[in-house]
Design a protein around this ligand. Structure first.
Ligand SMILES: Cc1cc2nc3c(=O)[nH]c(=O)nc-3n(C[C@H](O)[C@H](O)[C@H](O)COP(=O)(O)OP(=O)(O)OC[C@H]3O[C@@H](n4cnc5c(N)ncnc54)[C@H](O)[C@@H]3O)c2cc1C
Ligand code: SF4
Length: 564
């Protein structure tokens, strides 16, 4: 933790160091602003702290999960579904899970690096099908910032010219693996578009960062900085300007304001001492993740802002969305007893399937994309989780070992990731009775899927089953029924929460304007997933990065003009 001056007034205080906060720190320090960043988690040094290349046998746990590493002890992100001392509540009947990171770089330390641009239709969906709302900006407004993110961060992929899946400035994609080519053959037969993935992993060296050496362990964090994390790609250049004061273990409690209703800084808990502290700033930028930023605003109450800061519309916390998701896995006999072959590659699939159909011809309004899984990972704890599902699989001793050898690499799976339409019944608010370990009121979630999402997920299930069948395989689980929601993952489980401080032109229906600036407080901005007006059938982080760059550039311009 660097030394904080309580007396000084910093130009900008950024809360959170993940995708949105890291990019804001990068752009604003390059623009010459004196920036302080408050991060609730601890420091993290990729080169020292990543578990890259550790073997399962080096740990008595063999890689099994721990409380603050729910995706396995080697995973690069500290946090989880439940954080001690930091509860959250669910309204009766609500199924919603909230994944939170607590470390420098936030969730970018282990995200999947699927780096998709939203397309032109995604910003104007209401014009096309009358549902949800349009964004106050178009693809053309964001495209130059996507270009900059591509050049700075690096993303591989292939030029396809698909209307609503815009190409990036791509590095060359890696060659598909054998099992992926088999998936592609099946997809081609079913006329499902299957193209190289778009991942922010370097297949060529850029900006002094090494090209990927194909260890396949991206979720652990990359010691050679060959994939994107805020920790490795955004924070170090911001620090190198000498303009960034980084304060870790600083849990922001409230944005403070003055008599004019302008933000004056942020009060926070020093988690190491338990003391309440405050930092003064001319501009406050929230990037604590969509729901945490909404929580901060709702907790920033005063006589002037009795319903929370920037909330004259009552929209803070509303229109919360997550990506829809469901999975189907299967056993492919053709892949049993395969000839050993090289499967090296990046830590993610080399192919994916963007949305390929026309919703006007279907009974649900929005699309999804398909992510693939399979192949020959290093065996660790939970290896092949459930060999009893394979024909004659399981047992004890030699027959069990033989089955593992036989079936290793003979599984493929498909995960759908689709667009949810915001609805009035999915939102977060402050719980009236529950506080965290520092006495800060916590969020209570409300959640409801509509028929649009259920029908879309049913289509995913049917499609994935056809893909497994086309490969000559057998699925592991029966088709989930309507009563089972066709297998839809609970809200929050896909970890793409968006929309809680949405942007818009109408201050009565939105929290922020088209620049990510609060309608009510001109020196307050949000740069995480909160400003999103809709989900799209894409993962959101490339758009968080582009929008954060756009907002940060706007802040720098406004500062130059003396407006904020
Ligand atoms: C396993 C996994 C896989 C994913 N895969 C993909 C993918 O392939 N593609 C994609 O686009 N997205 C993916 N995502 C989502 C992606 O990680 C998020 O969209 C992105 O990280 C959001 O950025 P953010 O800046 O809003 O929040 P975060 O990255 O979560 O950063 C928020 C930071 O704020 C800090 N913070 C929170 N509250 C406070 C407070 N009160 N005071 C101070 N600091 C605070 C947190 O500690 C954290 O460091 C994935 C997420 C997970 C968990
Ligand atoms: S697969 Fe490549 S980018 Fe991912 S952790 Fe290994 S070397 Fe780094």
């Amino acid at each position: 933790m660097q030394k904080v001056s309580q007396r000084k007034t910093y130009d900008v205080c950024i809360v959170g160091s993940g995708a949105g906060g890291g990019m804001a720190a990068y752009v604003l320090t390059q623009a010459g602003a004196d920036v302080i960043m408050l991060e609730a988690g601890g420091m993290w040094d990729l080169a020292k702290d990543s578990a890259m290349l550790e073997w399962p046998y080096e740990s008595p746990r063999r890689g099994a999960s721990t409380k603050d590493h729910p995706f396995g002890e080697f995973d690069g992100c500290i946090g989880g579904w439940d954080i001690e001392g930091e509860p959250y509540a669910r309204a009766a009947g609500t199924q919603f899970d909230w994944w939170r990171a607590r470390m420098l770089g936030g969730r970018t330390n282990h995200w999947g690096r699927i780096s998709l641009r939203f397309g032109p239709d995604d910003f104007q969906r209401r014009n096309l099908d009358g549902l949800g709302d349009n964004w106050p900006i178009t693809y053309a407004d964001v495209a130059p910032y996507y270009d900059r993110v591509d050049r700075l961060v690096g993303v591989f992929g292939s030029k396809e010219g698909l209307h609503n899946h815009p190409d990036s400035i791509f590095l060359p994609p890696p060659t598909p693996r054998c099992w992926e080519l088999m998936v592609k053959q099946a997809a081609d037969r079913l006329r499902i578009t299957c193209i190289p993935s778009r991942l922010s992993i370097l297949t060529e060296s850029i900006h002094g960062r090494a090209a990927c050496h194909h260890c396949g362990q991206c979720n652990r964090g990359c010691k050679t900085n060959s994939n994107f994390s805020s920790t490795g790609v955004l924070i170090p250049p911001a620090m190198a300007t000498g303009k960034l004061t980084l304060v870790t273990n600083a849990m922001a409690r409230e944005v403070t304001t003055d008599a004019r209703g302008l933000a004056t800084g942020v009060s926070y808990v020093n988690k190491l001492t338990g003391a309440d502290e405050h930092v003064n700033a001319r501009v406050v930028v929230l990037a604590a993740s969509a729901c945490e930023s909404a929580r901060l605003l709702l907790n920033s109450r005063s006589s002037r802002f009795s319903h929370g800061l920037a909330n004259s519309s009552g929209v803070v916390g509303k229109y919360l969305t997550d990506t829809t998701g469901t999975d189907v896995g299967g056993y492919i006999p053709k892949m049993v007893d395969h000839v050993p072959h090289n499967e090296d590659g990046v830590g993610g699939a080399h192919l994916y399937m963007p949305w390929w159909l026309d919703n006007r011809k279907l009974d649900f309004p929005r699309g999804y994309h398909i992510e693939l899984w399979g192949g020959l990972g290093v065996p660790a704890y939970g290896f092949m989780g459930g060999i009893q599902r394979y024909p004659s699989g399981g047992g004890y001793g030699k027959s069990l070992k033989d089955d593992y050898r036989k079936y290793y690499g003979a599984t493929v799976g498909f995960s759908g990731r689709g667009e949810m339409i915001p609805n009035e019944e999915s939102y977060c608010e402050l719980d009236p009775g529950v506080v965290d370990q520092w006495g800060i009121p916590v969020l209570r979630f409300h959640w409801k899927w509509s028929d649009h999402e259920y029908k879309q997920v049913k289509h995913m299930q049917e499609t994935f089953r056809s893909l497994v069948a086309q490969m000559g395989g057998e699925v592991f689980s029966p088709m989930p029924s309507k009563e089972e929601g066709y297998g839809i993952a609970a809200g929050g489980q896909i970890i793409h929460e968006l929309g809680t401080t949405r942007m818009g032109n109408d201050p009565a229906r939105s929290v922020l304007n088209a620049h990510g600036q609060a309608h009510d407080v001109k020196n307050l901005f949000v740069v995480d997933g909160g400003p999103f007006v809709s989900q799209a059938d894409k993962n959101p982080t490339w758009t968080i990065l582009a929008l954060s760059w756009r907002t940060s550039e706007y802040i720098a311009d406004q500062r130059k003009q003396g407006v904020v």
